[in-house]
Design a protein. Structure first.
Length: 264
C-alpha cells in the first residue's frame, strides 16, 4: 500500500465545516435540554402580563396608543438578552474537552462562532414565540409581514451581539459562577431606558442615562416597526446601537479566546 493511499494525519475540514460542526453540536445539546427554554420564555411573558395589566391605563394617559405594542419589544429584550451557551463552554473548559479541540485542526474562531450560531437559533426561536404571544393578544404590525420579519431579524442581531459578554467571561475565567453573574450586565441595559414610558417622560439622570443606553434605540426601532411604519432614521439608530454593542462584546470575546490560546 502506497503512502499516498493511507494518510493517518487529520486534515482541517475548512472553516465553514468546522463552524457548522460546532453549531450542530450545540443545537443538539439544546434539544436534549428543553427545560433550558422554560425560564427564557416564562420571564418575558410574566413581565409582559404584569406590565400590561398594571400600567396599561397609565400608558394610555401618557400617549401610548397601544400599551401592548409598547411593551412587546421589552418582552423581546428580556427574552433574548444574555441568552448563550457560555455555561456549556465553561463545562467544556473544565472537563478538558475545549483544550482537546484547541489542539485539533479545527479553526479556532469557528469554535466560538459555532456556539454563537447555535445561540442565534435559540434567540430567533424565543423571539418568534414572544411575537406570536403579542399577535395572539392583539398587537398589530402596521408594517405587515415584512415588519414582523424585520422585527425578528433585529431581535436576533441584538441577542447575538450580547452573547459576546458571557463568552468573554467564560473564556477569561472558566467559572460557571462568573458566567451566571454576567446576567447582572443586563439590568442597566434593560431598566435604565424607556422600558415603561416614552423617553420624553423621563427626567433627571435617568433621562441622561437613557440617551446613551443602546437599548433605548433598540426599543424605539422595534416599536417603530409595530406602530410607526418604516422610519429609516429609527432603524438606522437601532442598527447603529446593535453594531456598537457587537463591536465591544465581540472584541472582548475573541480577545479572551486569543488570550486563552496564548496560555497554552
Amino acid at each position: 500500500m502506497s503512502s499516498n493511499s493511507l494518510n493517518l494525519n487529520p486534515r482541517p475540514a475548512g472553516f465553514f465545516a468546522d463552524l457548522f460542526s460546532m453549531a450542530g453540536r450545540s443545537i443538539r445539546a439544546m434539544l436534549r435540554e428543553p427545560e433550558y427554554l422554560i425560564p427564557s420564555i416564562i420571564i418575558p411573558v410574566f413581565f409582559f402580563a404584569v406590565n400590561v395589566g398594571s400600567l396599561e391605563a397609565v400608558g394610555q394617559n401618557i400617549g401610548t396608543r397601544d400599551f401592548k405594542a409598547f411593551q412587546l419589544p421589552v418582552a423581546i429584550v428580556l427574552a433574548v438578552t444574555g441568552i448563550s451557551r457560555a455555561t456549556a463552554l465553561v463545562t467544556d473548559i473544565q472537563s478538558g474537552y475545549f483544550d482537546r479541540l484547541l489542539v485539533s485542526p479545527m479553526n479556532r474562531f469557528a469554535l466560538l462562532l459555532g456556539l454563537m450560531m447555535a445561540d442565534l437559533v435559540l434567540v430567533l426561536t424565543l423571539s418568534t414565540l414572544v411575537v406570536l404571544m403579542g399577535l395572539i393578544v392583539g398587537v398589530e404590525f402596521v408594517t405587515g409581514l415584512g415588519g414582523v420579519l424585520a422585527f425578528l431579524a433585529f431581535a436576533g442581531m441584538w441577542g447575538l451581539v450580547f452573547t459576546g459578554f458571557p463568552y468573554a467571561i467564560a473564556l477569561k475565567t472558566g467559572s460557571t459562577a462568573a458566567v451566571s453573574a454576567s446576567f447582572l450586565l443586563f439590568f442597566p441595559f434593560s431598566f435604565l431606558t424607556t422600558a415603561y414610558v416614552p423617553q420624553e417622560f423621563l427626567s433627571g439622570w435617568l433621562s441622561t442615562v437613557a440617551d446613551y443606553n443602546p437599548v433605548t434605540y433598540l426599543l424605539a426601532g422595534l416599536r417603530g416597526l409595530i406602530s410607526d411604519g418604516w422610519d429609516v432614521e429609527q432603524l438606522s439608530y437601532m442598527f447603529g446601537a446593535i453594531a456598537l454593542v457587537g463591536l465591544v462584546s465581540f472584541s472582548l470575546a475573541f480577545g479572551a479566546l486569543v488570550g486563552r490560546l496564548k496560555k497554552r
